[in-house]
Design a protein around this ligand. Structure first.
Ligand code: NAX
Length: 332
């Protein structure tokens, strides 16, 4: 069997981590023959809860899990890690403005970027889940200059999974018969879920989703709104934000980054923009990507409709604003 690799989950005492840690430790991301050492990072008030999580992981009796390292010190949490799930973040509290949330999180991701820079493996793969995920990933990467910035990404896979599930349901097919739906831009309500490029398997043949659904009003209206507002709908029903589905999406994201995508298939990831599709450069923007040898590549040459372009402009503008706000917090 291979040597164990070290994986860190931050926000390890929180609700997403509660599902995520189990999925990782079962081998669903790095493979069923890859032993793991899990680092659990949270903040000092959560030490007691963290102890409970450590006990439960032990009680799961998982053969791949060689060691668990609970800590509140980022320099211990990030030491020698090969992959990092940055889930922990300051939650939005009542009366808090978006700016206040951004400001609190920018500071957290600065500290974590610096710690990754100092002690993580230089080829570490970093997935930011904590919101505002795209801008947090940008900040984190900027404070880890010795790690290539291609190694930092933000999660829009939950949005992609939500979108695929809507389409599968609409067409009465199973989820693995729906491919290549794209989430463009920010993981926020300005994101553009784009099913037009997607494919669906109908009677043994891959067809365009636009053709199979044959209802532009739905694809440009209800479908987009449902995906954009799904997080709020879950909170409305559960009184807590998405956790199980967020953990599954984080696993899907890292799994595909680690193992690659099948030929002809692409997935959405928030990555550093090179200006593709008219997006602003140097923000973390969700694109369709193909992955080979743990390297992602933006899928180029897709046709974007006028409707799509207007949606891309909205989310681009928001990401630029967030970036400027983050920079002003860091300068102050
Ligand atoms: P919880 O509040 O249950 O857990 C967050 C945990 O992070 C807490 O245990 C807290 O103590 C810890 N934490 C706070 N600051 C920390 C720091 N500096 N270092 C380490 N740990 C720290 O939130 P949960 O429901 O698990 O959600 C976590 C984050 O995911 C939130 O920011 C949330 O907005 C974001 N989400 C992102 C999604 C995405 O698709 N990108 C979807 C799901 C989720 O809403």
């Amino acid at each position: 069997m291979a040597e164990p690799i070290r994986i860190v989950v931050t926000g390890a005492a929180g609700q997403i981590a509660y599902s995520l840690l189990y999925m990782i430790a079962r081998g669903e991301v790095f493979g069923k023959d890859q032993p793991l050492i899990l680092h659990l990072l949270d903040i000092p008030p959560m030490v007691g809860v963290l102890e409970g999580v450590v006990m439960e992981l032990a009680d799961c009796a998982l053969p791949l899990l060689r060691e668990v390292v609970p800590t509140t010190d980022p320099l211990v949490g990030f030491k020698d890690v090969s992959a990092a799930f940055l889930v922990g973040a300051m939650p939005r509290k009542e009366g808090m403005e978006r700016k206040d949330l951004l400001s609190a999180n920018v500071k957290i991701f600065k500290v974590q970027g610096e710690a990754l820079d100092k002690v993580a493996k230089k080829d570490v793969k970093v997935l930011v889940v904590g919101n505002p995920a795209n801008t947090n990933a940008l900040v984190c990467a900027n404070y880890a200059p010795s790690i290539p910035r291609e190694n930092f990404s933000a999660m829009t896979r939950l949005d992609q999974n939500r979108a695929a599930s809507q389409i599968a349901n609409k067409l009465g097919v199973s989820i693995n018969e729906v491919n290549n739906i794209i989430i463009w831009g920010n993981h926020s309500s300005t994101q553009y879920p784009d099913a037009a490029q997607g494919k669906v398997l109908v009677k043994g043949e891959w067809k365009s989703i636009a053709e199979a659904v044959n209802n532009d009003a739905y694809l440009q209206g209800q479908f987009i709104e449902t995906v954009q507002k799904r997080g709020a709908a879950v909170i409305g029903a559960r009184k807590m934000s998405s956790a199980m589905s967020a953990a599954k999406a984080a696993c899907d994201h890292m799994h595909d980054w680690w193992n690659g995508t099948a030929p002809g298939k692409f997935v959405s990831m928030g990555v550093f923009s090179d200006g593709s599709y008219g997006s602003p450069k140097d923000v973390v923007f969700s694109f369709p990507v193909e992955i080979k040898n743990k390297q992602w590549k933006i899928v180029e040459g897709l046709a974007i409709s006028e409707f799509g372009k207007s949606k891309l402009n909205i989310t681009s503008k928001e990401l630029e604003e967030e970036k400027n706000e983050a920079l002003s917090v860091l300068d102050s």
